[in-house]
Design a protein. Structure first.
Length: 179
């Protein structure tokens, strides 16, 4: 078999041409704009998400560890705002039902826009026509429900496996020759 030079792939296309073409199409399809929009919506939904998580941890003690872990992860990305965030979250003793519903609505709105932006970017890349507004929103809501169910199931399974692992910590199967 003939040796292929390092700078080319097996089909003879230079790697540099592939990298340049990829970067060119990345900019042509306005993917930095889509990434910025998703980042914007993620930051917009961060505070309502934290409020909701903080309220859940106050109402249900099992959410306290999740709340602390989420805050630590977020503060790792926003180290200068630790005091401000802790002050704001600590100033809400308990959210009313209307405030909780508003936080949920904002989180759903942010998530639906993130899916919509991703869908539009994929449609631009593959040059496919966009769906109608109503059909696109219904599909987005269906995806949110499916992803939400998968996340809840994943958290539930993780909790069950963690519980079983902690309960079976002292249990060891009998040795092969001792049965």
């Amino acid at each position: 078999m003939a040796q292929v030079p390092f700078a080319t792939l097996r089909n003879g296309v230079p790697k540099r041409a592939i990298v340049v073409s990829t970067f060119s199409h990345f900019l042509t399809n306005e993917l930095p704009t889509s990434a910025a929009a998703i980042s914007y919506f993620a930051m917009l939904g961060l505070y309502p998400f934290l409020l909701l998580l903080f309220t859940l941890s106050q109402e249900y003690p099992t959410f306290r560890e999740l709340n602390l872990r989420a805050i630590e992860i977020i503060l790792a990305f926003l180290p200068a705002s630790r005091e401000v965030l802790e002050t704001h979250l600590g100033s809400f003793p308990s959210l009313s039902r209307g405030q909780v519903l508003t936080c949920l609505a904002i989180i759903l709105w942010v998530a639906s826009w993130a899916f919509t932006i991703t869908e539009k970017a994929i449609n631009r890349i593959w040059r496919t026509p966009c769906r109608s507004f109503v059909r696109g929103r219904l599909l987005t809501l269906a995806m949110l429900v499916v992803v939400g169910i998968l996340l809840v199931l994943s958290a539930l399974m993780t909790g069950i496996l963690t519980f079983l692992q902690s309960e079976m910590g002292g249990f060891s199967p009998p040795a092969a020759g001792m049965v």
